[in-house]
Design a protein around this ligand. Structure first.
Ligand code: ADP
Length: 192
């Protein structure tokens, strides 16, 4: 299997690039943010819980997120591989994912981390907020909180994969095609 963690701060382009990568490499895309938003839209209990954290730009608790993610993976027994987008976001989530994939007889192949500077991220998120309808993209103080949460709680998860020799840093500034080419060449190189 080809299991990729697409990593990076909010607004780095994980969702956009995931769409292109799933098509090119025939993978299943699992975005924890999208799954939470789907639950919010459908007024589920999980959605109600997640919303209280997401609206403030904080992380949904690990246990809830991990259980949800594992249930999603199990829905695709025939998958050739997964793109994990927005997960793991803490070291505890990374450890849980490793253990879970091991129990399924597989593992993470690589982490691709998109690098974009902070001012560019804020610009992109405010722009996205103009038509995405996402409450967490319209308020600059919430955006800044999400970037702080990323720096304080999420960025360390990269060390976990770095220690395993799976971490790859990718320049996330450029055209969508340029960035896609950078990501694809690492995947192809690794898969040879
Ligand atoms: P972005 O990358 O732009 O922040 P996401 O859609 O990935 O957007 O995430 C939106 C929100 O969903 C996060 O701010 C957080 O509240 C919640 N969330 C998503 N993934 C996770 C996760 N793995 N752990 C905890 N909370 C998460």
């Amino acid at each position: 299997m080809l299991n990729i963690v697409l990593f990076g701060p909010p607004g780095a382009g994980k969702g956009t690039q995931s769409e292109k990568l799933v098509e090119a490499f025939k993978l299943v895309h699992l975005s924890t943010g999208d799954i939470f938003r789907y639950n919010i839209k459908n007024n589920t209990e999980l959605g109600l819980l997640a919303k209280s954290y997401m609206d403030k730009g904080n992380l949904v608790p690990d246990e809830v997120t991990i259980n949800m993610l594992e249930a999603e993976v199990k829905k695709y027994p025939e998958a050739k591989g997964f793109i994990f987008d927005g997960f793991p976001r803490t070291t505890a989530q990374a450890i849980a994912l490793d253990n879970f994939l091991e129990s399924m007889g597989t593992s993470i192949s690589l982490m691709l981390a998109l690098q974009v500077d902070e001012e560019e991220l804020i610009k992109r998120l405010l722009l996205r907020g103009q038509d995405s309808g996402r409450a967490d993209d319209t308020d600059e103080s919430i955006i800044r909180n999400r970037i702080n949460v990323y720096n304080e709680q999420t960025a360390v998860a990269a060390d976990f994969y770095n220690k395993q020799g799976k971490f790859h840093s990718i320049n996330g500034v450029g055209s969508k095609e340029e960035i896609f080419d950078r990501l694809s060449s690492v995947i192809v190189e690794k898969n040879r």
